[in-house]
Each structure stands twice: as structure tokens, then as C-alpha cells.
Design a protein around this ligand. Structure first.
Ligand SMILES: Cc1ncc(COP(=O)(O)O)c(C=O)c1O
Length: 450
């Protein structure tokens, strides 16, 4: 009997309806945006829980959580009901002028789960990149120093400010002429030896030193550019770089050195936050509290919502609004997004999704390590439901992704050369869904890279 929570393929993807949509899309969307090929993508028509239907009626298991957003699953009934109700009451307000009631409620709810509790001050935004922009603006206001230290491989977004701190040459190069040059990049370590090298590079960068630390993605500050850094920004676990976990103690050392140098530490928890890694925030694995945190993705329960937050001493670097906010936007504190976010945070807590991710995510990782063809894999890493399968060969993650799609499994490639398969499923993935995902992944690996 057909189980609606499991994959079910009625036509090889991309099917006829999908091909027609791809043809229409080509006529209207900038060619930069959606990658269209013979084998990719499929167009989503419907999603609930951890499954997605495409336009041809194929049903897939979504092991991406749609870029990590669907933490509570797609279309969680409570979140959907709350959005419906709110849509009939107030869909849009005047965020920083006549704020929606929901904004206040959401901010209170979010503050309560941040490391600084009621001492937190928060600025809301609509995307992860914008939350990073706010963090970088905050560090400049607080320290008077525009310079930034960021990490190679880091992904902080593609708006100009966040892109300047994104450590990927492919994204940076076409816009180099517009990027703030005062960002020094240091290596992101995954072993104790690499951590020593990274910390030495960090010390030099914090002292305002200039050195190219190998590689071509240097983006190192030139003389006089940026001066002494006022910010160190990093993902506690690098996501799009291929789910790279730093060795124990590294984050604490970064925090110590950053503060000794009079700079502020920014944790970008846009991907790693809100239960994904088996802790509410990935910072808890190391017990390190930053000066600022960025959250996004799942924060809005599926609607666009992000935040930059810190303790009042840091966030009060911003002046009191005299009537014109120095940083705001039309949709700030959007009542629909705040309602969805409020309900999502309730669901996260009441359904104990974080503990589930810790337990079931680890079990999934162990099963992957046991079952996937050993010869094709360099490393399986991650925490909770944040898993990277490193194949050690450029493009191998892309091959597996396409093979998996044919079998009813949605995964994404990651890593600078598409060498990793990244898994960031909804935190509600059931035991049976995991079993089926594992079977299909094993087949996909065997067929493509095994
Ligand atoms: C760690 C991290 N920071 C920032 C961003 C940018 O977020 P957005 O795409 O919502 O602008 C992302 C997106 O993947 C991310 O993973």
C-alpha cells in the first residue's frame, strides 16, 4: 500500500510537466538564477512533513529541509493554521513606525531562547544575508573599526556586505570591484593541527597584519584597508562549505583571542541554529557565547524572517531612533512571519525537536557510516541532523544528488567543488523515513560513485 510519507515515483524526473515549466521559466527569469539541465531540477507543487510532490506527481523525501528552513517539517499544521488565522487579521504592518503586535510577541519569545535572555536586544530582518549586514554594521558602530576577519569557505550571504565576508572565490570574483576590501581571511580548521595554523593566522589578522594565507580566495586586506579588525565572523559549523566541524576548543580560543584584541565575535548560526545540530544553537556544543548572533532560515517557520541579536551593551552601539531608523526595511517585523516564527518556536520546544535531532541525527550518521560504500567516501561528519558526506572528488556530490533525485530523494551538493553531499532534513524525519532514505542513498552512491 502506498505510504504518503515515503517516496513514490510515477515518472522519471524531470517529467513532462516539469520540462514545460523549465521551458516557461527560461522565458522570464534571469538565466543566472535557476540551474536548468536535462536532469535537473524538479518543480515543487506541494510539501508536508518531510515529503515533497513535484509538478508531475512524483513524491520525494526532502533531506535538505529546503535549504535547512523546514525544521519542523513542511506545512506543520500548527504553523499553517496560525498563518491562516493571522492572514485574516493583519498581513502587513509598519514595522519600525506603527509596529504590529506580533512583532513584540515574537521578539519576547526569541529573546527568551537567546544566550542573553531578557538582556538580549534584537533587530529583525528578512533574509540571512541582511542579518549578517546588521551584525557587521553593529561591530563597526561598537568598535569604530571597519576591518573584519572571516574564514575561508565561509558562506554568509551574497549581498555586498555579507559577500565581502563570504570566503568563496566563485561568488566574489565577478564583484570584487564592489567588495569592501578590509576583510582578512583565515583558514577554517577541522583538525587540531589545522586549528593551530588557523589561530596563528587569526592572531596575525587581529594585529592588522597582512599576509596571504595560501589559496586564491585570499581577499586579504591591503595596507591601510580596514586597519585593526573590529569583528571576527564565523559559522560555528561551516554549512555550505560541506558541514565542517571545528576541533574541540577551537571556538573558545577564537573567542578569547578576538576579545583580547578588542574585536567582537559574531556567530553566524543561520544554518546551524534552532535545533539543527542537536542543540538549540551550535555554540552550546562548545559553551562559547559570542557578542552577536545571526539567525534565519527556519526562524520564520517557513516564512522569510531573520535576526541579528546581542546583549544590550553591544546592541546599544546603535543610537536611539530619532524617527528614522538607521537600519530597517519595509517588511521588518512582518506580522505573518512573526506569527509563523512564534508558532515555530513553540513547536520546536513542545515537540522536543532539538533532542530528537541529537538522538536520531547521530543514529542516522552512524547508519550512513555503516551502510554507504566505504571506498567512495572520505569522511562522514556533522552533528545532529546536519550531516556532510565528503566524497573527496570534485563534482561527486553533484553526481549523487542527480542519482538520488531519480530515486525520490532530494539532497544537495556542498563544498567548494561539489565534493560533498549535504543533509539537513526536517527535524521530524521518522525512523521509517530514515531507513528508506538510507536504502535509496546506498543505491544512489553505488550507481553514481560506488
Ligand atoms: C551560514 C549562512 N549564513 C548566511 C546565509 C544567507 O542567508 P540568506 O540566503 O537567507 O540570505 C546562509 C544561507 O545559506 C547561510 O547558510
Amino acid at each position: 500500500m502506498d505510504d504518503p510519507t515515503l517516496p513514490h515515483m510515477v515518472t522519471p524526473p524531470p517529467g513532462p510537466a516539469t520540462r514545460e515549466l523549465a521551458r516557461r521559466l527560461r522565458q522570464v527569469e534571469s538565466r543566472n538564477v535557476t540551474y536548468l539541465s536535462e536532469h535537473f531540477p524538479v518543480f515543487w507543487a506541494r510539501a508536508r512533513g518531510a515529503v515533497v510532490d513535484d509538478a508531475d506527481g512524483n513524491r520525494y523525501l526532502d533531506l535538505t529541509g529546503a535549504f535547512g528552513v523546514a525544521l519542523a517539517g513542511h506545512a506543520h499544521p500548527r504553523i499553517t493554521a496560525a498563518i491562516r488565522e493571522q492572514a485574516g487579521i493583519l498581513t502587513h504592518g509598519m514595522g519600525d513606525v506603527h509596529p504590529p503586535v506580533r512583532k513584540v510577541e515574537f521578539l519576547e519569545r526569541l529573546a527568551a531562547i537567546l544566550p542573553w535572555g531578557s538582556h538580549s536586544r534584537i533587530t529583525l530582518a528578512n533574509s540571512g544575508s541582511e542579518a549578517v549586514e546588521i551584525a557587521l554594521k553593529t561591530t563597526l558602530l561598537a568598535t569604530g573599526r571597519p576591518g573584519v576577519v572571516a574564514f575561508r569557505g565561509a558562506y554568509h550571504g551574497l549581498t555586498l556586505g555579507s559577500l565581502a565576508a563570504t570566503g568563496r572565490d566563485d561568488f566574489r570574483e565577478p564583484f570584487r570591484g564592489r567588495l569592501y576590501p578590509g576583510v582578512r581571511f583565515v583558514p577554517f580548521p577541522t583538525t587540531p593541527d589545522e586549528a593551530r595554523e588557523s589561530l596563528a593566522a587569526l592572531d596575525l589578522a587581529l594585529a592588522g597584519g597582512r599576509r596571504e594565507f595560501g589559496g586564491t580566495d585570499a581577499g586579504a586586506a591591503g595596507p591601510g584597508e580596514g586597519g585593526l579588525p573590529g569583528a571576527v565572523i564565523l559559522e560555528p559549523i561551516q554549512g555550505r562549505a560541506g558541514v565542517r566541524v571545528p576541533p574541540p576548543g577551537f571556538l573558545a580560543e577564537v573567542a578569547r583571542r578576538t576579545r583580547a584584541a578588542g574585536a567582537l565575535l559574531v556567530f553566524d548560526e543561520i544554518f546551524s541554529g534552532l535545533g539543527r545540530t542537536g542543540r538549540l544553537f551550535a555554540l552550546e556544543h562548545e559553551g562559547v557565547v559570542p557578542d552577536l548572533i545571526c539567525v534565519g532560515k527556519g526562524l520564520g517557520g517557513g516564512l522569510p524572517l531573520s535576526a541579528c541579536a546581542g546583549p544590550v551593551e553591544v546592541m546599544d552601539a546603535w543610537p536611539e531612533s530619532p524617527g528614522e531608523a538607521l537600519h530597517t526595511s519595509t517588511f521588518l517585523g512582518h506580522p505573518l512571519a512573526c506569527t509563523a516564527g512564534l508558532t515555530f518556536l513553540d513547536v520546536l520546544e513542545e515537540e522536543e525537536l532539538t533532542a530528537y535531532a541529537a538522538r536520531e541525527g547521530e543514529a542516522f550518521r552512524r547508519a550512513l557510516a555503516r551502510e554507504l560504500p566505504e571506498a567512495s567516501i572520505r569522511e562522514i561528519r556533522g552533528r545532529g541532523f546536519f550531516i556532510g558526506i565528503d566524497l573527496g572528488r570534485p563534482g561527486a556530490g553533484v553526481e549523487v544528488t542527480e542519482e538520488a533525485l531519480r530515486r525520490g530523494l532530494i539532497v544537495l551538493p556542498a563544498g567548494p567543488h561539489g565534493e560533498v553531499v549535504e543533509l539537513s532534513p526536517p527535524l521530524i524525519l521518522s525512523g521509517r523515513q530514515r531507513e528508506v532514505a538510507l536504502e535509496l542513498l546506498v543505491e544512489s552512491f553505488r550507481r553514481s560513485v560506488g
